[in-house]
Design a protein around this ligand. Structure first.
Ligand code: URA
Length: 208
């Protein structure tokens, strides 16, 4: 179960104490998943950004990466609005839930291996309650690996590939995308057209 007071990773909880001192009005705690309880689509990001999800308390909200993500969710019928700015903005996700592989803000946006592994127990629980035919959309290599680990699968059987689509034995599917980070979108590693195609793939898989 998600724990707002989790201090399992000493480096991250110490860092959050510093961040709370500096930015008193920031959420600056583990960021809970957002969206419906039994989603058809579970989106797994990496970790909250300092002035984004870490500040607002909602994944990808206030982060540059969230701009294109929430636009796509709206465009493809997974939400009631195309922006996510704060907890009181009236956003409602449909069929969809968004979480992060690492729930706490990591220094320099880089969680270390131990932190990704420790936080994996939350992902294990989150993956248990998704729809039987759900799609798990992994944003980037780290989230992909975290999902494979949380599902108890062998990493070498499931290499990360942008646009890759793995059907799992239990009826669920994993779809991979490059992360929609500022760096990836600025360098055009991930264009809007590419990300749009991923959502078309997701909807085709879900028969929506
Ligand atoms: N904000 C999040 O919540 N997750 C990411 O992966 C990036 C930004």
């Amino acid at each position: 179960m998600f724990d707002l007071n989790c201090t399992a990773c000493p480096r991250l909880s110490d860092f959050l104490i510093e961040v709370r001192e500096k930015y008193a009005d920031y959420h600056a705690r583990p960021v809970p998943p957002v969206g419906v309880k039994n989603p058809k689509l579970l989106i797994v990001g990496l970790a909250p950004g300092l002035h984004g999800a870490n500040a607002t308390g909602r994944p990808f909200t206030g982060d540059h990466a969230g701009i294109i993500l929430y636009e796509m969710l709206y465009k493809h019928g997974f939400s009631n609005k195309d922006t996510s700015t704060d907890l009181k903005d009236g956003l409602k996700l449909k069929y969809c839930r968004i979480t992060n592989a690492v729930k706490c803000l990591p220094p320099e946006n880089k969680p270390i291996g131990d932190e990704i592994n420790t936080c994996n127990s939350y992902l294990v629980e989150e993956l248990k309650v998704i729809d039987k035919k759900a799609v798990i959309l992994c944003l980037g290599l780290i989230s992909h690996k975290a999902v494979i680990k949380a599902l108890g699968l062998k990493q070498s059987d499931y290499p990360f590939k942008h646009g890759g689509n793995y059907s799992l034995d239990d009826g669920r599917a994993i779809i991979d995308s490059y992360h929609c980070s500022r760096y990836n979108t600025n360098t055009k590693r991930l264009t809007e057209a590419m990300f749009n195609k991923i959502f078309i793939q997701v909807k085709a898989q879900l028969k929506l």
